[in-house]
Design a protein around this ligand. Structure first.
Ligand SMILES: [Zn+2]
Length: 209
C-alpha cells in the first residue's frame, strides 16, 4: 500500500537517518540536517502523532535467533487459526485457501513434532532454513523529494551521501559527482585563503621585528 501522507523531504531525511540509527539524539539529528533542534523536535512530535513513526526498535544479534533451528514448511490446513496458538511459528504466508508457507523456530525435532501434531496441519514439504537475510527497504511514501544538487524531484531511490556530518540526497550519480567537485573547489579555495592569511600574519611579524 502506498501511503499518501503529508510529509516533506525534511521529514523523509529524518526518517532515513533514524532508520539507520534510531538512537541519534535531537542535537545530532539537527546537526546532520542543518536545521535547529526545535525544528527536529516538532517534526518528530508530528511524525509520531501522525503515526508515521510508530516506534523505535532494536536490531538483535542474528546469533540469538540461530540458537533455534528455523524450518520452513509448506502445509495444508483447514484450521489456520490454530497456527496462531503456537509461538514457535514465527511466520505465516498464505498461498491459497488451504495452502501455507510457515516458518517454525524450534530447539529440536521433538518440539517440531509437537507443533505439527498440535496445530493439526498436513506437511507437504519441509526444509531447514540455512540462512536468512533481512532486507531493509526504503519507506514507500510518495512525496516530493528534491535533489540537493540540481533541485529536481527524485523519482527513484535517492543516493545518500554524508559530508562533514551532514546528509545530502541526490537524484543521480552525476549530481553527486558535481556536488563533490563543487565542495572540493570550495575546500581548496578556503585552504588558499587561510594560507594567505597566515602568510600575511608572518609578514606583519617580520615587519614588527
Ligand atoms: Zn540532481
Amino acid at each position: 500500500m502506498v501511503m499518501e501522507m503529508k510529509i516533506d523531504d525534511l521529514d523523509l531525511k529524518l526518517i532515513y537517518l533514524l532508520m539507520d540509527n534510531s538512537r541519534l539524539s535531537i542535537s545530532e539529528l539537527a546537526e546532520r540536517l542543518g536545521v535547529s533542534r526545535p525544528t527536529v523536535k516538532s517534526r518528530l512530535d508530528r511524525l509520531e502523532k501522525d503515526r508515521i513513526i510508530q516506534g523505535y526498535t532494536i536490531k538483535l544479534n542474528p546469533e540469538l535467533l540461530r540458537a533455534h533451528n528455523v524450518v520452513a514448511l509448506i502445509i495444508k490446513t483447514s484450521e489456520p487459526e490454530k497456527l496462531q496458538e503456537f509461538e514457535e511459528i514465527i511466520e505465516i504466508n498464505r498461498f491459497t485457501s488451504r495452502k501455507y508457507l510457515i516458518k517454525v523456530a524450534v530447539e529440536d525435532m521433538e518440539q517440531l513434532r509437537n507443533v505439527i501434531e498440535g496445530a493439526g496441519f498436513e506437511v507437504i514439504e519441509i526444509m531447514p532454513v540455512l540462512e536468512s537475510v533481512e532486507r531493509t527497504s526504503p519507506p514507500k511514501v510518495k512525496i516530493p523529494f528534491k535533489c540537493d544538487y540540481c533541485g529536481k524531484e527524485i523519482i527513484e531511490e535517492p543516493i545518500v551521501y554524508k559530508y562533514r556530518n551532514r546528509v545530502y540526497f541526490f537524484c543521480c550519480p552525476t549530481c553527486l559527482r558535481e556536488f563533490k567537485r563543487t565542495r572540493e573547489n570550495i575546500e581548496k579555495f578556503r585552504l588558499k585563503e587561510e594560507n594567505k592569511i597566515e602568510h600575511a600574519h608572518e609578514h606583519e611579524h617580520n615587519a614588527h621585528n
